[in-house]
Design a protein around this ligand. Structure first.
Ligand code: NDP
Length: 498
C-alpha cells in the first residue's frame, strides 16, 4: 500500500489539563498519561491522572453550583438558550472536534464529522425539552384536595464514559442532564479525553455558569471508582462494558445513588429468505463495520434462514470486500483503526478461537497495516453455533458470526439466547413476521429492514445485562430528575383531634 500522509496531525503532543469550576488546572505534580493515536501511531495528547482529592473537589464545586441555583434556579427558556448556543459552537468547531476524535479514537474522519454534527443535534433537541419538562396534576381528589406530581433535577450527576464514541455518548447524556438543571462531574475514557475537555470552553462561552460542568481525567479504577462510590453524588450515569457496569453498580450502593447503565451487546441481525437480500447484506456490512465493530449495537451475530444461507454469505462477502479500511484522514475510508494494540490482539484471538471452536473463516481475519496505524479487515465466521464463545461474548471488533435457522421461532430463540439485550435487526418483507419478531426479541433497540438508525428523539438502553435505564428522548431528561408527589389541601381542615 502507498505511504499515506496525515496533514492534520499536530506536530507536538498537546497537554490537556482538567477542568473544575470554570477553570483549567494543569497536571502539576500529578502523574500524566500520553495517548498514542491508533490512527497514525504517534503520541498526540497528554492528560493528568487526577486523584481522589480532585474528584472530591469537583464534586464539592458541582454541589455548590447546584445549591447556588445559578443553573438549577433559572427558567427552562434560559437553559434552552445556553444549550442552543452550545450546539452552534459545536458546529463552528466541528473540524477541530472531529480531528481529535479521529486522532484519539481512530475513527475515519468522515465518521467523526458526522458524529460531531449529530452531537450538536442532541443539544438542540434538549433545548426543547428544557422548556417542556413537566409533571402531572390530579383534579380527582375531591373538593378538598388537589394533587401534583412534579419533577426536579436530581442534583449532582457523575458521568463515566467509554472510548468508542467519546463525543456522541457525551452528547447523548450532557444536554439531558443539564436540561432540568443538574450539575455534573465527567470522567472520559483515559484514551479519549480530548473532546470532552475541549467542550468545556464551548459550554462556558455558551453561558453555562461555572461549576456546573466539571471534567476530571484519569483511569477507571482510580477516578471512575471514586466517582461511583462518592457519597455526595446523587446519580451515576455509566456507559461501558457489562463487567465494569457491575463494579459501578456495587460502588453506587455506598449512598444508594441512582444508577443508569448503558452496557454491552451481542446484537442479532436476523435475515429471512423473503428479505430484500441486497439491502440486508448492505445493512449487515454497515452494522458490522461501523466504528470497526467497536460499537455497543454492532450487529455481530448474523442469524440467517438456512435456505438462503450460502447465497447470503456470498452477498455479505461481496459487500465486505468493497469496504475501505485504513487511512483515517481519507474521506472515503469506512473502517478506521482499532483503539489499542491490546484490543487488536484480543479481536484477532477471538477469530482464532472461533476456528478452534469449529467455525470456518470465510473472509478476513487479519490485521492490516496502513502507515503507522492499526486496523483489522472485516471478518466473517460461518458455521457458528450459538453456544460458541464467538457467538456469546462481545468481541468489539469487525467480526461477524453466521448462524443458521429453519423457522421464525428458532430464529427468535437463538436471538434471545444471550445474556445481552441491547439491539436487534430484523430483515423481512413480511409485515406480520416483522411485527411478531419485533415484539418477541429481547432488545432495547430494534430495527426492521435497517440497522443502527436513530436520532435524539427515541430512548436508548438495554434489556438484561445490557443495562438499566434509558438515555435520550423525553425519557432521557426525565431519567435525571426526581419525582415528587404533592397533595395540597383546599380550605379548612376537617379536624383529627376533637
Ligand atoms: P470500560 O467498561 O472498560 O470503560 C468505560 C469507562 O469506565 C471508562 O471511562 C473507564 O475508564 C471506566 N472504568 C473502568 N473501570 C472502572 C471502575 N472500576 N470504576 C469506575 N469506572 C471504571 O468500557 P470501554 O471503554 O472499553 O468501552 C467499551 C464498552 O462500552 C463495550 O462493552 C460497549 O458495548 C460499551 N458501550 C455501550 C454503549 C451503550 O449505549 N450501551 C455505548 C458505547 C459503549 P478508563 O478506560 O479510562 O480506565
Amino acid at each position: 500500500m502507498d505511504a499515506i500522509s496525515f496533514p492534520a496531525v499536530p506536530d507536538m503532543v498537546r497537554d490537556f489539563g482538567f477542568y473544575i469550576d470554570g477553570n483549567w488546572r494543569t497536571a502539576g505534580d500529578r502523574k500524566t498519561m500520553v495517548r498514542s493515536s491508533p490512527a497514525v501511531g504517534k503520541d498526540v495528547s497528554r492528560i493528568a491522572l487526577c486523584t481522589k482529592a480532585d474528584v472530591d473537589e469537583a464534586v464539592a464545586v458541582a454541589r455548590a453550583a447546584f445549591s447556588s441555583r445559578s443553573w438549577s434556579g433559572i427558567t427552562g427558556k434560559e437553559r434552552a438558550n445556553v444549550l442552543l448556543r452550545a450546539a452552534r459552537l459545536i458546529r463552528e468547531n466541528l473540524e477541530e472536534l472531529a480531528l481529535w476524535e479521529t486522532l484519539e479514537a481512530g475513527k475515519p474522519i468522515s465518521q467523526s464529522r458526522a458524529e460531531i454534527g449529530d452531537a450538536a443535534g442532541h443539544y438542540e433537541y434538549c433545548a426543547g425539552l428544557a422548556q417542556t419538562l413537566s409533571g402531572e396534576s390530579f383534579n380527582t381528589h375531591g373538593d378538598d384536595m388537589f394533587g401534583v406530581v412534579t419533577r426536579q433535577p436530581i442534583g449532582v450527576v457523575g458521568l463515566i464514559n467509554p472510548w468508542n464514541f467519546p463525543f456522541i455518548v457525551l452528547a447523548e447524556r450532557v444536554p439531558y442532564i443539564l436540561a432540568s438543571g443538574n450539575s455534573l462531574v465527567v470522567k472520559p475514557s483515559e484514551m479519549t479525553s480530548a473532546t470532552t475537555l475541549l467542550f468545556a470552553d464551548m459550554l462556558k462561552e455558551a453561558g453555562l455558569p461555572d461549576g456546573v460542568y466539571n471534567v476530571v481525567t484519569g483511569t477507571g479504577p482510580d477516578v471512575g471508582q471514586a466517582i461511583a462510590e462518592h457519597m455526595d453524588i446523587d446519580m451515576i450515569s455509566f456507559t461501558g462494558s457489562t463487567r465494569t457496569g457491575e463494579a459501578i453498580l456495587k460502588a453506587s450502593t455506598s449512598n444508594f445513588k441512582k444508577a443508569s447503565l448503558e452496557l454491552g451487546g451481542k446484537n442479532p441481525q436476523i435475515v429471512f429468505a423473503d428479505a430484500d437480500l441486497d439491502d440486508a447484506a448492505d445493512g449487515v456490512a454497515f452494522g458490522l463495520c461501523l466504528n470497526a465493530g467497536q460499537c455497543c449495537v454492532s450487529g455481530s451475530r448474523l442469524i440467517v434462514e438456512e435456505s438462503i444461507a450460502d447465497d447470503f454469505r456470498d452477498r455479505v462477502i461481496d459487500k465486505l470486500s468493497k469496504v475501505k479500511v485504513g487511512d483515517c484522514f481519507d474521506p472515503e475510508t469506512q473502517i478506521g483503526a482499532i483503539v489499542s494494540e491490546q484490543h487488536r490482539d484480543k479481536i484477532l484471538s477471538y477469530v482464532k478461537l472461533g476456528v478452534e471452536e469449529g467455525a470456518t473463516l470465510a473472509y478476513g481475519g487479519d490485521s492490516v497495516t496502513v502507515g503507522e496505524g492499526r486496523f483489522i479487515a472485516p471478518t466473517l465466521l460461518t458455521g457458528v453455533r450459538n453456544d460458541m464463545r464467538v457467538a456469546r461474548e462481545e468481541i468489539f471488533g469487525p467480526v461477524l458470526s453466521l448462524i443458521t435457522f429453519k423457522t421464525a421461532q428458532e430464529a427468535l430463540e437463538i436471538a434471545n439466547d444471550s445474556s445481552y439485550g441491547l439491539g436487534a435487526s430484523i430483515w423481512t418483507k413480511d409485515i406480520d413476521k416483522a411485527l411478531r419478531m419485533m415484539r418477541g426479541v429481547h432488545a432495547g433497540r430494534t430495527w426492521v429492514n435497517t440497522t443502527i438508525a436513530g436520532g435524539p428523539g427515541q430512548p436508548l438502553g438495554g434489556f438484561k445485562q445490557s443495562g438499566i435505564g434509558r438515555e435520550g428522548g423525553k425519557m432521557g431528561v426525565e431519567e435525571y430528575t426526581e419525582v415528587k408527589s404533592v397533595h395540597i389541601a383546599i380550605g379548612k381542615r376537617s379536624p383529627w383531634v376533637r
